[in-house]
Design a binder for this molecule. Structure first.
Ligand code: ZN
Length: 304
């Protein structure tokens, strides 16, 4: 039986899947993200053990969806290497090469948010749409633009978390991004909320003023992206978005701040179906890895 593998490499944990396809998962395994050598070794052992226990599983390809930044430019000498990261030991790690050489099957790679975006597009909230933007708002902020099944970028994968969002007039908070201070991530990530309000986002009361700030910054980013790329849908995921009612505050902010300028009905009357919560569950990045592997083999998108 032909099977596909998936590795969602997150900053704190790694999710591995073996599946017939993106909806028929045969096995799932999770480990903490430790130093690269140890972690990659454990991943390879997992796949080898699982495959040796199931002689009829014929591994076709593996999709990796990795924390970033990671080099995704196909003709780059450092394709598949983790770029500068605060995660100890991971800077420069060739995650793609390691898995490919060890498992000896085609490997397809995207970022973790690129994977989650692909999962939302294929089996989640955006199923049947032509395009969507997926943004995760949690420990960090990241996003990807999927158009006709492709994650769109040229020189580097998108870094939606680091776009500029206009400062709300009365806001004096400096922001927490080590590179830009008050970029989108600097002003609206989970850690920025905690630093600004003195408690984690999930403890902030429903009527706390912080939620209006949060909806404002996310809303501004959403408007920028609607105007820049005109997607059919924006999916907002991540821990911060689990707060009840935040999605409605964002919808209200977007609807009123576009102010009828180039605001098609889909962005106005149908704002609830334009700005949505995810539909593909808490292993969206790993599901995305399966889709990458399946699509990659179907379309013969192998590197080399
Ligand atoms: Zn930044």
């Amino acid at each position: 039986m032909n099977v596909f593998g998936s590795i969602e490499a997150g900053g704190t944990k790694i999710v591995c899947l073996i599946a017939k396809n993106s909806t028929d998962i045969l096995d799932q395994w999770v480990i903490q993200t430790e130093a690269p050598e140890m972690t990659l070794n454990a991943i390879v052992s997992y796949f080898r053990d699982a495959l040796s226990q199931h002689a009829n599983w014929n591994l076709q390809a593996v999709g990796i969806t990795s924390f970033g930044p990671v080099d995704l430019i196909l003709n780059s000498k450092t394709y598949g290497h983790i770029e500068q990261t605060p995660k100890p030991g991971w800077t420069g790690t060739d995650i793609y090469g390691y898995i490919k050489n060890a498992l000896k099957v085609p490997v397809f790679l995207d970022t973790d948010v690129g994977g989650a975006a692909l999962a939302e597009y294929t089996v989640g909230a955006g199923k049947g749409k032509e395009s969507l933007i997926y943004i995760t708002i949690g420990t960090g902020i990241g996003g990807a633009f999927i158009f006709k099944g492709e994650n769109i970028y040229s020189k580097h994968h998108a870094e939606i978390g680091h776009i500029k969002v206009p400062r709300i007039v009365e806001d004096t908070f400096k922001g927490v991004c080590p590179f830009h201070g008050d970029c989108f991530e600097g002003m609206a990530s989970g850690p920025s909320m905690e630093k600004r309000w003195g408690m984690p986002a999930n403890q902030l009361p429903d009527d706390h003023a912080g939620w209006a700030f949060e909806a404002g910054y996310i809303g501004q980013a959403v408007i920028n992206l609607l105007y820049t790329l005109s997607p059919e849908m924006i999916v907002l995921g991540g821990g911060v978005m689990m707060h009840d009612g935040l999605i409605d505050q964002i919808r209200d902010y977007v609807a009123s701040n576009m102010n009828d300028y180039c605001q098609p009905d889909a962005y106005k009357q149908d704002i609830k179906s334009t700005i949505v919560l995810p539909g593909s569950g808490n292993i969206a990045g790993a599901i995305g890895g399966l889709i990458l592997a399946e699509n990659g083999m179907k379309l013969n998108k192998k590197k080399e």
